[in-house]
Design a protein around this ligand. Structure first.
Ligand code: NAP
Length: 281
């Protein structure tokens, strides 16, 4: 069994980005720019935003951090995002979710032009992914694809099963695997026989949000198992896969923490660099 080391791959991606951002700056006389908007004081969001800004600094990306109070009005947030949309130094815009309840998330996200949608959440970017056209893809599923690539796991012709169909993980994950020529099954809470579906997978991706939900009896011998889940149990991070038992059957497996998690920010930075390159092309 090979343990897929997300920390190492993430560090490799970031180091490569540093070279790319330096080359961009030399060629175009400005840095790749990423704007991060945080509304309110949610402690988890504050940590995510801090990590994203630190990631930018390390990768040679100029970050534009904007903090609005929790009682910011809809028009205040929309005006800020629209101003960032018009700023040529900003190549990507990220609005940290969730937003305070009184705000209309959809309307605010609609102020981000597709070209600056670093999260790949817009309908146009999802449509492009569905049509296998170039665009920005959500960070977590593209992080999974990067892990597979770096470990030379080619999905072509393989049977891939994705458990979870959320817009930010499961759905784009399934489309990416399909675009990589896997034969893809998407499972969810209404799937009739989840165990039978999972047991067929050469590549099994769990994005459910339930600790240790995927057990060894659901996994084929030699399967590649990717655990996207992040659950907090008794103060510890636990994935959606019963790592201890499943790792005895898997050929490759991602740990939690240290697997998919570290890839998300690396892919966000990679998306920002790709947006900047497209903007000058
Ligand atoms: P989500 O929006 O809650 O979606 C969960 C999915 O799992 C849904 O499609 C749901 O089916 C399915 N599901 C729930 N119970 C199930 C069951 N008993 N059998 C089969 N399917 C079931 O969650 P998410 O945002 O996709 O996140 C999934 C997990 O990934 C969470 O643990 C989250 O913390 C983690 N995550 C990690 C990262 C990272 O950076 N590594 C990023 C994002 C998310 P229905 O659609 O039928 O309800």
């Amino acid at each position: 069994m090979t343990l897929i080391d997300g920390k190492k791959v993430s560090a490799d991606v970031r180091a490569e980005l540093k070279t790319e951002t330096a080359a961009f700056e030399t060629q175009y006389g400005k840095k790749v720019g990423l704007a991060v908007v945080l509304v309110g004081e949610d402690p988890a969001s504050q940590v995510y935003v801090r990590n994203k800004i630190r990631g930018c600094e390390e990768a040679g990306i100029r970050s534009f951090a904007h903090y609005l109070p929790a009682n910011a009005s809809q028009s205040e947030v929309e005006e800020l995002v629209s101003a960032l949309a018009a700023d040529d130094n900003v190549h990507g815009i990220l609005v940290q979710l969730p937003l305070p309840k009184h705000l209309d998330e959809e309307k605010i996200l609609a102020c981000i032009p597709t070209a600056k949608d670093v999260d790949g959440f817009s309908a146009e970017n999802i449509g492009r992914l569905a049509m296998n056209e170039e665009g920005t893809v959500a960070c977590t599923p593209s992080g999974v694809m990067e892990l597979l690539k770096r470990y030379e796991i080619d999905p072509r012709g393989k049977k891939a099963v994705v458990v979870g169909r959320s817009n930010i993980v499961g759905r784009p994950m399934a489309l990416l695997l399909l675009n990589a020529d896997a034969t893809v099954t998407v499972c969810h809470s209404r799937t009739a026989d989840l165990k039978a579906e999972c047991a067929q997978a050469d590549i099994l991706v769990a994005a459910i949000g339930k600790p240790k939900f995927i057990t060894a009896d659901m996994v084929k011998d030699g399967a590649v198992v990717v655990d996207v889940g992040i659950n907090r149990v008794d103060g510890k991070l636990v994935g959606d896969v019963d790592f201890e038992e499943v790792s005895k059957k898997a050929s490759y497996i991602t740990p939690v923490p240290g697997g998919v998690g570290p890839m998300t920010i690396a892919m966000l930075l990679k998306n920002a660099v790709a947006c900047a390159k497209r903007a000058v092309r």
